[in-house]
Design a protein around this ligand. Sequence first.
Ligand code: ADP
Ligand code: MG
Length: 249
Amino acid sequence: MGILEIKGVGKRFGGLQALGDVNLSVEENSVHAIIGPNGAGKSTLLNCLIGKLIPDTGSVMFDGQSVLGRAPHEINQMGISRVFQTPEIFGDLTVFENMLIPCFAKRDGAYRLHAFETIPAEKEIVEKAEAMLEDVNMQDKIHMHAASLSRGDKRRLEMAMCLVQEPKLLLLDEPTAGMARADTNNTIDLLKEINAKRDITMAIIEHDMHVVFSLAERITVLAQGTPLVEDTPENIKGHPKVMEAYLGQ
Ligand code: ADP
Ligand code: MG
């Protein structure tokens, strides 16, 4: 049994079958990539995992519990955090204040900005946020406004905002989309660091093969809403079915 078990998941948008019959198991503490051409259904699948979409058929079990029918914040509280395609940080707030938001969200099940008023009493949360910033080497930027951070540091802060929730599963939707090669490589290194330091499962949706082959232990190839093959990176490279799916794009 994997930490995430997707069985027979289907999702239709009007006349379009975006997901057919998706079966996928993500093993605990692994890095599992889901790849596939544009329109394959990757984001739709991810949205079914975090409660933004409800599949028409099938089941999604996380850590032994069904996520279906739960609101996004409840799924977050179960231990799933998500890194967005573009950094979702609050530019007007400091790095430290940004870190508090996911902490309160995890505890209270909602993003409540007025929770800041209670900060002095929240010793445990403050310490956790500071420790996490140290972990990603941002302790010297703690009082900077998030808007003034470099692009790479914004991404670093965003990862820290997910990790401070101590998720069991980190979902990443094209974490390097739109990045220059140097930033992409920094993100790969950061994810490797994170993976080495803590017990965490990562599921990455990614278009960039360089990222996929640098990080993933298992790869599922999705094409037209259905898993085509699942294997190790070595076996996926040059797999005729995979070549065909990409060439057909
Ligand atoms: P990917 O992330 O692999 O590029 P998506 O999951 O975004 O693919 O999309 C899969 C298919 O479903 C595409 O054909 C897309 O146009 C369609 N689709 C996605 N979301 C919606 C929606 N909310 N309404 C209608 N069609 C959608
Ligand atoms: Mg997508």
